[in-house]
Design a protein around this ligand. Structure first.
Ligand SMILES: [Zn+2]
Length: 234
């Protein structure tokens, strides 16, 4: 009875404040969250998690030694996934990050099913950018992954030291790489010593940011790294 009343009240409130699909703007059904069933069906899932030696793992070969790497979606700026990422970063919608994290958690890198990560580490923002945005979008994705996998999250052990300039307009891989190189430091090496870390990012483009994070993390004894991003630009 109580549930019926709660459900009735929920529907009543939605009459005035309908929840809308973040992709198409249609009103969501009560069982839907963030994205309507139709839009979710057409999201470009990569299925990288089903393949060892997938495109992302090949991209990092020779640059970052990984246990495994995966991206949940192909990034297309004007598509549904483009709208989700844009709203997550620029429209104060941190809950989209947690929804993306939930989708990512079902698509962990293949080798992580055998060698499970011990700690989830989001790619950090510099504190000035995080203060401006109000949250770190990668950390919101990491929260969604942590909630669904039970793997603990640590958003403090990796710190962004320099506020890098925006990468927009930096076309060459070299200039992007130089922009982020040595931008990260470890605050407490003991926490990650001998641990398998799952490094989480929103969108991977050149991989320079992930590479710089991995460089800092790998300096700690016994660290192994896996990579998981919500989206990847190819
Ligand atoms: Zn929709």
């Amino acid at each position: 009875m109580t549930e019926t009343i709660a459900g009735y009240m929920h529907n009543f409130v939605e009459l005035f404040l309908p929840r809308l699909c973040a992709c198409c703007g249609q009103v969501l059904l009560s069982a839907e969250s963030i994205v309507c069933t139709s839009c979710q069906y057409y999201l470009p899932y990569t299925d990288f998690h089903l393949h060892e030696d997938n495109l992302l793992e090949r991209q990092f070969r020779g640059r970052v030694k990984t246990v495994g790497a995966s991206s949940c979606f192909y990034y297309q700026p004007k598509s549904g996934i483009g709208k989700l990422i844009h709203a997550l970063k620029y429209a104060d919608r941190p809950q989209i990050g947690r929804w993306l994290g939930c989708e990512c958690s079902k698509r962990m890198p293949l080798n992580c099913k055998i060698d499970c990560p011990d700690i989830i580490i989001p790619v950090p923002l510099h504190q000035s950018r995080q203060a401006k945005r109000g949250y770190n979008q990668s950390e919101q994705i990491a929260i969604g992954i942590a909630k669904n996998t039970g793997i603990p999250l640590n958003g403090k052990v990796l710190r962004r030291v320099y506020a890098t300039t925006s990468q927009t307009g930096m076309h060459s891989r070299f200039s992007r790489h130089e922009n982020v190189k040595s931008s990260f430091e470890i605050t407490n090496p003991e926490i990650i010593k001998n641990k398998h870390l799952l490094l989480v990012d929103d969108v991977i483009t050149t991989g320079a940011t992930i590479e710089a994070c991995a460089m800092a993390l790998s300096a700690v004894e016994g660290v192994r790294i896996s990579i998981l991003s919500a989206a990847h630009t190819f």
